[in-house]
Design a protein around this ligand. Sequence first.
Ligand SMILES: [Zn+2]
Length: 244
Amino acid sequence: MLARLAPMAWGSLTMPLRELLRMEAERRRAIRAFTAGGGLELTGGPKQQEWFMNRIREAMLRSRSFEALMNEIRNDSAHPIKVGLSNKAPDVFVDGFYSNLTLGSQELDLDDLNHLPTDPLPDHPNAITRGEVLAHAMAEARQGALGIEGDRGEYEAAHDKAIDAQNAYRDDLGQKGHRRHHPDDGGFNAAGNFEMRYDNGYSEIWVKGDAPRSIDKVVRSSPTQTGSSYDAADDLKKSMEGTR
Ligand SMILES: [Zn+2]
């Protein structure tokens, strides 16, 4: 947390507010102008691509780590990721790695993504957001495209990177609880629904509908210790006091 805040703290001490605001406006302009292309290849209908890119930009605005990841992907044409977009695809539950047996290919079911909120919910501040899932999927595809093998094989290495990216996204939103690496990362429970438990006790179950294979509803269970909404000023104050 401190590492992430330190540059901001220095900036606020040495830079006039006007300059900080100018930089933020510039950042937002760049995100609004962010498109597919380069190392980010999409397949899917025009409406699906438009919806997907709007969700990507939405998440980039909320998270500097995700913003950096998307720029890295976009700028690396030598290692393109190929994102296949579908709606209620019978063989895709949320996302799929290694689609068509090609590393760097990722399938995304937009209908599933649409069942997740853009921002954490007031009554469930630790809720999994759409951006968190996008961070997972994009980081996983990126790692596949780079083709770096971990000691546990390509999928596991990419999946661990993906979990790190989704946890960084949660940090950016000021959410509590991190998803653990495999084999404690959750999975399909006895009822056949996808269940994830975070290290602070938060858990979420994505209940599947009958057919096709899609999220039907989301069941959220918050621990007694809840997260708080992100307060940048408070965060900065605490980091300068050295309490986090
Ligand atoms: Zn994964």
